[in-house]
Design a binder for this molecule. Structure first.
Ligand SMILES: Nc1ncnc2c1ncn2[C@@H]1O[C@H](COP(=O)(O)O)[C@@H](O)[C@H]1OP(=O)(O)O
Ligand SMILES: [Mg+2]
Ligand SMILES: [Mg+2]
Ligand SMILES: [Mg+2]
Length: 312
């Protein structure tokens, strides 16, 4: 039985509304409206708006729940936008995280670069309780509903609750379809799903790991946590995220909803050393390096190859 039925409903509504806002902003957006944050990454008015929408909807139903959100209104300081309500809603996402109690984590637009190119991006929301991810909802406005019909309908929502399996539905309907990862057991037949940006996940290292595993299929490259969605419904077999810099810590909002989606579709997820992801340490996964997500039959083989490659 669903333990978080109310949270599930509210999270779906929030992610759908935020996804619609992103689509509307995209139609009006001009590139000069992109701000570069202190860490040199881009952020748009859609990121802020989507965070404000989700935070406002969550607050209505769960006023006591803190939120670990990516954006903070400080980056909007120089913009001609200073409506207190909007800024306050955004800053409700400033919770530092940790191991105690419940919290939501939100990436209002994951894959801002994909969003700006009109390609893949995702609105990602997850509920973490006592350091464990219990619920994940992801909205992917540009993801084809059916991988085999890339020119067909786009816009899908992915929902996973601990112990309840995972589901995909279209933006245009409330009907949910159960999904699962691919069931191949021969890793040489597998394909990677990886970042478009080599600065976020090393393409050179992944090519060498592919060769160690005897893999010959081309990687499926896309921006954002849509990669988790693609693996969770079997479009590709392995989500690989390889560190590019020793000092980069992955953020919890970049992986929380994806991790439960993988686990609830029969997959396994860990860092590149096979270590479980630790959500209890604050806003980042500071105890982990990179990500490997795949079906349970091949996950350990990918970890072995990562070990071999990085410790050679
Ligand atoms: N050096 C880095 N290594 C890994 N991920 C990064 C790095 N720099 C930024 N990111 C984050 O990677 C995510 C996009 O990943 P991908 O390329 O796989 O779509 C974004 O959340 C982005 O942060 P941000 O949202 O602040 O741009
Ligand atoms: Mg960002
Ligand atoms: Mg992100
Ligand atoms: Mg983001």
């Amino acid at each position: 039985m669903s333990v978080f039925a109310a949270e599930r409903t509210v999270a779906i509504n929030a992610v759908l509304r935020a996804s619609e806002v992103c689509q509307k902003v995209f139609k009006q957006l001009v590139s000069t409206e992109t701000i570069t944050k202190k860490d040199k990454t881009p952020v748009t008015i859609a990121d802020f708006s989507a965070q404000a929408v989700v935070n406002t909807i969550l607050y209505k139903s769960f006023p006591n729940d803190p939120i670990v959100g990516e954006e903070d209104s400080g980056d909007l300081r120089d913009e001609p936008l200073d409506e207190e309500k909007l800024l306050d809603a955004i800053d409700r996402g400033s919770y530092p995280g940790g191991s105690q109690g419940r919290m939501w984590t939100l990436d209002p637009i994951d894959g801002t670069k994909g969003f700006l190119r009109g390609e893949q991006f995702a609105v990602c929301l997850a509920l973490i309780v006592g350091g464990n991810v219990q619920l994940g909802v992801m909205g992917c406005p540009n993801l084809p509903v059916d991988f085999n019909a890339p020119e067909g309908e786009r816009g899908c929502l992915f929902i996973a609750e601990k112990g309840q399996g995972a589901f995909q539905r279209n933006f245009s309907s409330t009907e949910e379809t159960k999904i699962h990862v691919s069931d191949i057991s021969s890793v040489s037949e597998a394909s990677f799903c990886e970042s478009v940006e080599a600065a976020h996940s090393s393409h050179d290292d992944s090519a060498q790991i592919a060769s160690l595993l005897g893999m010959t299929k081309p990687s499926l490259r896309m921006d954002s946590q849509c990669k988790y969605c693609s693996v969770s419904r079997g479009d590709a077999d392995i989500y690989l995220r390889l560190p590019t810099r020793a000092d980069y810590e992955e953020n919890i909002w970049d992986h929380a909803s994806g991790s439960i989606l993988i686990q609830e579709t029969g997959g396994e997820i860990s860092d590149i050393n096979g270590k479980p992801l630790d959500w209890s340490l604050g806003r980042t996964l500071k105890a982990n390096k990179g990500i490997v997500a795949a079906n349970s039959k091949i996950h350990s083989k990918v970890i072995e190859a990562c070990n071999k490659h990085f410790n050679k």
